[in-house]
Design a binder for this molecule. Structure first.
Ligand code: PLP
Length: 394
């Protein structure tokens, strides 16, 4: 007999699981699968950060750390917020966690009550909806289109707000679309939020450095938003440190305190060696990781050019992160190589089975006519992948 909690059974299963399972099955059957489905850089962690971790081990950093992170790390994060975002967060407003994912889990656990509603400007990172549900909330998607560069409008935001709305999630640069909200965009959205003082804003800025020229803007820089915003960031993406598990928030002190209380009962302070390395990563100039951004931008441009040659892919120009998010509606309703394509998931499965290229379909991101293609792969792999896709679709 299986007696799982309502909490876990209420979590919807991911639509991408079937795809991941199929990719594994094909791989183990000996197929040469090119995976463009991953959300992590294909670079190694830079040596100067690795050296700091090795030093930490030799310096015997092996004990429990403070729940909210080492003071020196929180001071480094405070300086980073000032340097990169023009934000004033004191160390008492900062909590370091096991990845930005735990930061987000803490926030939803400490702010949400059953019956609350979270707003998700779509497309959005899949975990926001799951974490909202685990917090007892329901979620409402605010749709966007590729024609509008996957941005929601202030009117849409206003329309979506209800008396139950507790949190709105923003994520710029965005996973999966690569969209960057500008200062002007955020000021217009903030003008709506100013009328609803009980709504909190979660601003996930984990891709901030992987940006191809649009100035980043933190919504917490708007004075009327500062006391209601939790700014989330982490080292996984820009520093090629996904497995190190360092995320952090800057927040009103009462929220930071609550997150520390929650984390203290669940995981305690995150890995002490990774924290010491994070001090170096965040203190050194950002220019030291720029070589990865330069490479990502080259690949983005190449992918836009190559995919642009395939009829039916509707593309925009992603301004950050390392994903292309084409609208594939043109293929929906067709039969290709004997596969009936009734959804983006069907299209993604077609690419997997016939081209042996793994992508992620947009349904789980709240964008059911799109697929996500990660270009965190070598140029040779990317060229080969697009050539295969083109062959299947022509
Ligand atoms: N936020 C976004 C938008 C992401 O894409 C990811 C990872 O895919 C995360 C947060 C999680 O980051 P971390 O690895 O630090 O938990």
């Amino acid at each position: 007999k299986q007696v799982l909690s309502d909490r876990i059974t209420s979590l919807p299963a991911s639509a991408t699981l079937a795809m991941a399972a199929k990719a594994r099955e094909l791989k183990s059957a000996g197929k040469d699968i090119i995976s463009l489905s991953l959300g992590e850089p294909d670079f190694n962690t830079p040596d100067y950060i690795k050296d700091a971790a090795i030093q930490a081990i030799n310096d015997n950093y092996n004990s429990y750390s403070p729940v909210d992170g080492y003071v020196e790390l929180k001071e480094a994060i405070s300086l980073k917020f000032k340097r990169d975002n023009n934000l004033d967060y004191k160390p008492s407003q900062i909590v370091v966690s096991t990845g930005a994912k735990q930061s987000l889990a803490n926030i939803t656990q400490v702010l949400l009550n059953p019956g609350d509603e979270v707003l998700l400007p779509a497309p959005y990172w899949v975990s926001y909806s799951a974490l909202g549900i685990l917090g007892g909330a329901t979620f409402k998607e605010i749709p966007s289109t590729i024609e509008n560069d996957f941005k929601i409008t202030p009117a849409q935001l206003e329309e979506a707000i209800s008396p139950k709305t507790k949190i709105v999630f923003f994520n710029s640069p965005n996973n999966p679309s690569g969209t960057v909200y500008t200062e002007e965009d955020y000021r217009a959205l903030a003008a709506v939020l100013e009328k609803y003082p009980d709504i909190y804003i979660v601003s996930d800025e984990i891709y901030e450095h992987i940006n191809y020229g649009t100035p980043n803007f933190s919504i917490a820089c708007i004075p009327s938003m500062y006391d209601r915003t939790i700014t989330v960031n982490g080292l996984a993406k820009a520093f090629a440190m996904t497995g190190w598990r360092i995320g952090y928030i800057g927040a009103p002190e009462w929220i930071a305190k609550a997150c520390t209380k929650m984390q203290g009962q669940i995981t305690s302070g995150t890995n002490c060696i990774a924290q010491r390395a994070a001090i170096t990563a965040l203190t050194e100039p950002v220019s030291r990781i720029q070589y990865m951004v330069v490479e990502f931008e080259k690949r983005r441009n190449m992918m836009l050019e190559l995919l642009g040659e395939i009829e039916g892919f509707k593309l925009n120009v992603p301004k950050g992160a390392f994903y292309i998010f084409p609208d594939v509606s043109a293929f929906i309703g067709k039969t290709i190589k004997g596969h009936a394509i009734n959804s983006a998931a069907d299209f993604s499965m077609l690419l997997l089975e016939e081209a042996n290229v793994a992508t992620v379909s947009g349904e789980d991101f709240g964008a059911p006519t799109c697929i996500r293609i990660s270009y965190a792969a070598s140029e040779a792999q990317l060229r080969e992948a697009v050539a295969r896709i083109k062959a299947v679709l022509s």
